[in-house]
Design a protein around this ligand. Structure first.
Ligand code: AMP
Length: 436
C-alpha cells in the first residue's frame, strides 16, 4: 500500500488530530458485549496520545432511525409491521425518537476508552454542538475527546459539506482507522478530505494492518491460494466470485449459494435456496474456471431437511445425500461429511486461504458442522499457511469456536473486506495522502 500512515507524520506534539474510528460495538442494555473494535483502535490512539497530540475521536454506532435523517425511511422489519397493519409509521418513528439517543449513544464506549487509556478521554454529548467545541478547545497535549454518534446527523451519510467543515473544526490532521466503514463514502470517512477541508490525511495502524494482510495476499498470494465462499446468495457476491476466480487457484463454494451452482451443473436441488436468474452466471463462472485451468469445487454431498428451522435453533431431523440426488421435497442446509473432508484437504495443502461466508445454516447446531469443519481446517494449518477471515458471519464463527488466535487475520470489516475481494478501491482509503 502506498498511502501515508500515522507513522509517517513528523512532530505530532500539540497537533489537533481528528481520528475516524469504528466503535460500532455490540451492546446490550448499555453494556458493551464485545470490545474487539475498541481494542483494534487502541494502537493508533495510544500512539497519538504518547506523541502529545490533541485527539478528537469520532465514530458511528448502529443505524439510527431516519428520524435523525432528512428523509423518513423505515427499515425492512418495520415496513413489514406497518404493511401487516400491526402499527403505523408515525408510532415507530415516535418510539425511535424516544429510544435512540439512549440506545445508540457512544457514552459507554467513551467510558471504556477512558479506563483503557488511563483517564485521558472525555465524552462530548454532541457531534458539532457547543459541548463538542468546548471540549475540543479544552484538550491538553496527549488528551482525547470522543464525539457523540456521527449518524445522529443525517448529514454524515449524505456528505453534507457544511457538516464536514463543522466536524473538522480546527483539525490539522485527519486519520482514518475505521476499516469497517472504509467502503462507505460518508462525511467522516472520505468527504472531509475529498472537499479539501483537511489536507493532511493518513491511515491508522488498524487500516494499515488490514490492507497489508488482505491486499498483499490478493495481489501476491503464496500459492496454492484457496478462496472459500459461502453465505446465502450468489447475487450478493457476483463480483467477488469473478475477481477471486482470477486470483486464486481453487475456489470453494458452500452455503446457500452452492445450490444455484449445482443447478447450473445440471442437478436438481429440491426446495433448496435457488436463484434462477443467476444460473446462467454460475455456468459462465464454471466455464471461466475450466478455461483458466482453475478448480471450482462444489459440495459433493449435502445435509438436507424437509423445512427451514423455525425458530432457527429448532431441533431438526436431517440426512445426508449426494448433491446429484437431492430429493424434490427436501432442502439443502449444509455441506455433507465427504465435502467437509474434501474442503479440509484443500485447505491443508494451501499456502494462502481467504474465507467469507458460512457453509450452511450455522445458527442451528445441527447445521453448523460444515462451517465448524472449515474453521477447524483453517486452525489446523496455523503457522504454515496465511489464513484470512473476511469479517461477518465467518469471523463470528471463528471467534465462537475459540479459534481466533489460530488464524493469521480476522478482518474487522465484513462489507469492506468483501469489496476488497471484489477488487474495488475503498473510498475511505482512496482519499488518503500518497507516500512521498
Ligand atoms: P451471508 O450474509 O450472505 O454471508 O449469508 C449468511 C447466511 O446464509 C446465514 O444466516 C446462513 O444461515 C445462511 N445460509 C447458509 N447456508 C444456507 C442454506 N443452505 N440455505 C439457506 N440459508 C443458508
Amino acid at each position: 500500500m502506498n498511502k501515508m500512515s500515522v507513522k509517517d507524520l513528523k512532530d505530532l506534539y500539540g497537533k489537533k488530530v481528528l481520528v475516524r474510528c469504528d466503535f460500532n460495538v455490540p451492546m446490550k442494555d448499555g453494556v458493551i458485549t464485545d470490545e474487539n473494535r475498541i481494542q483494534g483502535a487502541l494502537p493508533t490512539i495510544k500512539y497519538l496520545l504518547e506523541k502529545g497530540a490533541k485527539v478528537t475521536l469520532c465514530s458511528h454506532m448502529g443505524k439510527p432511525h431516519s428520524i435523525f435523517s432528512a428523509e423518513v425511511k423505515l427499515n425492512k422489519k418495520d415496513k413489514k409491521k406497518v404493511d401487516a397493519g400491526e402499527t403505523t409509521a408515525d408510532a415507530i418513528i415516535a418510539k425511535a425518537k424516544a429510544d435512540e439517543p439512549k440506545k445508540l449513544t457512544l457514552a459507554p464506549v467513551a467510558k471504556r476508552l477512558n479506563e483503557l487509556l488511563g483517564g485521558k478521554v472525555v465524552f462530548a454529548t454532541d457531534v458539532i454542538g457547543t459541548d463538542a467545541k468546548s471540549k475540543r478547545d479544552g484538550l491538553g497535549c496527549g488528551e482525547a475527546v470522543l464525539l457523540e454518534n456521527l449518524r445522529f446527523h443525517w448529514e454524515e451519510e449524505k456528505k453534507d459539506e457544511n457538516f464536514c467543515k463543522e466536524l473538522a473544526y480546527d483539525a490539522e490532521i485527519y486519520v482514518n482507522d475505521a476499516f469497517g466503514t472504509a467502503h462507505r463514502s460518508h462525511a467522516s470517512t472520505a468527504a472531509i478530505v475529498e472537499y479539501g477541508i483537511v489536507k493532511t490525511a493518513v491511515c491508522g495502524f488498524l487500516i494499515e494492518k488490514e490492507l497489508s494482510v488482505m491486499a498483499d495476499t490478493l495481489d501476491n498470494p503464496r500459492r496454492p491460494f484457496v478462496a472459500i465462499l459461502g453465505g446465502a446468495k450468489v447475487a450478493d457476491k457476483l463480483n467477488v466470485i469473478n475477481n477471486l476466480l482470477e486470483k486464486c487457484d481453487t475456489l470453494i463454494i458452500g452455503g446457500g449459494m452452492a445450490y444455484t451452482f449445482l443447478k447450473a451443473k445440471g442437478y436438481e436441488v429440491g426446495t433448496s435456496l435457488l436463484e434462477e436468474d443467476k444460473v446462467a452466471y454460475c455456468k459462465e463462472m464454471m466455464e471461466k474456471a475450466a478455461k483458466a485451468g482453475k478448480e471450482l469445487l462444489l459440495p459433493v454431498d449435502t445435509v438436507v431437511a424437509d423445512h427451514f428451522p423455525d425458530p432457527i435453533d429448532e431441533k431438526i431431523e436431517v440426512k445426508t445425500v449426494p448433491s446429484s440426488e437431492i430429493p424434490s421435497d427436501l432442502m439443502g442446509m449444509d455441506i455433507g461429511e465427504k465435502t467437509r473432508k474434501l474442503y479440509a484437504e484443500k485447505v491443508a495443502s494451501a499456502k494462502s486461504v481467504i474465507w467469507n461466508g458460512p457453509m450452511g445454516v450455522f445458527e442451528n447446531p445441527t447445521l453448523a458442522k460444515g462451517t465448524i469443519a472449515v474453521a477447524q481446517a483453517l486452525a489446523d494449518v496455523y503457522g504454515k499457511c496465511t489464513t484470512i477471515i473476511g469479517g461477518g458471519d465467518s469471523a463470528a464463527a471463528i471467534q465462537q469456536l475459540g479459534f481466533a488466535d489460530k488464524v493469521t487475520h480476522i478482518s474487522t470489516g465484513g462489507g469492506a473486506s468483501l469489496e476488497l475481494f471484489e477488487g474495488k478501491i475503498l473510498p475511505g482509503i482512496d482519499c488518503l495522502n500518497e507516500k512521498n
